[in-house]
Write a protein that binds this ligand. Structure first.
Ligand code: NAP
Length: 310
């Protein structure tokens, strides 16, 4: 019998207890899933950064920490964590992100706001939206989420460039990497979507210099992490018209403070970190299968590289 500790915000237990136990049963794992175990008895920790466990030292026999989140920036530097850390890659989380990114991309591409807010009796038929083929989209970060968004946008007809750390070959995405690749990815991009993890290398990746590479009047969509953008540089680019609109789901401080200039800026849409979320039924399957893998002596899936930071 494996002792599995659930350490997330208290409300999550009601959502996860049944799906996790059902997934363990399907995966053939005998698990004693609880909110409390003696630390020295715990085999696996199912973990979210908003739960009670912050010091992993007492968990001396724990084989792995199974994250419930895709982003790991709040735990990756925890020096007490010496056990392997797996992040979550989950089909529902991915599908939710694809829907959110596609929706906000189409909003800007089609110029929907002009008509949603233009219900004043004036017949504005002077311009038609361009077809997607004329609207180059760039995705910074083409991992689990970025690559899936890229495929969906390609299916709609957008030319998609993607940027990553390592060279990649992903069908339907013009893949670029490295510093030169970043310049090429951003130059003349009309919509830029940020799906990078937050690491020392990616902080402020959109700054005065990189925002200037984008096409005049282009759009920024950030469901990645707030610190990927230099906020002052973005505000200046919005005020100058270099960037026509930014849709921001993530921020340096969350909840975004009331006095933050992004609130109420006419060219900013704030969404409250809701682009996507972990769904218990599918997340439970991924975690149970990963634990089954480990118990069968196979390598963990979705293992975080602590040195690289994601
Ligand atoms: P992932 O699979 O690890 O993909 C990360 C991508 O970023 C990879 O393509 C990686 O390149 C690239 N990358 C990392 N560091 C880089 C660097 N220094 N230069 C260039 N490229 C770099 O992560 P994911 O599952 O797609 O998730 C991405 C992020 O989305 C998460 O970290 C999280 O911050 C965010 N997220 C947000 C929400 C929300 O609701 N707003 C929900 C879930 C996740 P390689 O492929 O070469 O490694």
């Amino acid at each position: 019998m494996l002792n599995v500790l659930f350490s997330a915000k208290p409300a999550a237990w009601a959502e996860y207890e049944h799906p996790l136990n059902a997934a363990f049963e399907r995966a053939g794992i005998a698990a004693n899933l609880k909110l409390n175990h003696a630390p020295e008895d715990v085999d696996y920790i199912i973990f979210a950064p908003n739960g009670p466990v912050t010091d992993f030292r007492p968990y001396t026999k724990t084989k792995a920490v199974m994250g419930l989140w895709a982003g790991v920036e709040t735990i990756v530097d925890n020096e007490t964590l010496t056990q392997p850390l797996c992040r979550l890659v989950d089909v529902s989380l991915t599908n939710g992100m694809v829907e959110w990114v596609t929706g906000h991309t189409l909003r800007h591409h089609l110029g929907m706001d002009a008509h949603i807010h233009g219900q004043d009796g004036i017949w504005r038929d002077e311009s038609f939206p361009p077809v997607a083929a004329k609207r180059p989209v760039t995705i910074l970060g083409i991992g689990a989420l970025g690559a899936a968004c890229g495929q969906a946008l390609h299916t709609l007809g957008f030319p998609v460039k993607g940027w990553s750390r390592n060279a990649k070959d992903i069908p339907n995405i013009d893949c670029l990497h490295g510093n030169d690749g970043l310049r090429e990815a951003l130059t003349d991009a009309q919509i830029v979507i940020l799906l990078l993890p937050q690491t020392p290398e990616t902080v402020n990746i959109l700054n005065d210099e990189t925002l200037a590479l984008m096409a005049k009047g282009s759009f920024v969509i950030n469901p990645g992490r707030g610190p990927l953008i230099d906020d002052k540089a973005l505000l200046a680019a919005l005020d100058s018209g270099q960037i026509a609109h930014a849709t921001l789901d993530v921020f340096r401080t969350e909840p975004l403070p009331k006095e933050d200039p992004f609130w109420g800026h006419p060219s900013v849409t704030v969404t409250p970190h809701i682009a996507s979320t972990t769904r218990p039924e599918t997340a439970a399957e991924v975690i149970a299968e990963n634990i089954a893998c480990s118990e069968a002596g196979k390598p963990f899936r979705f293992l975080v590289d602590r040195g690289r930071g994601y």
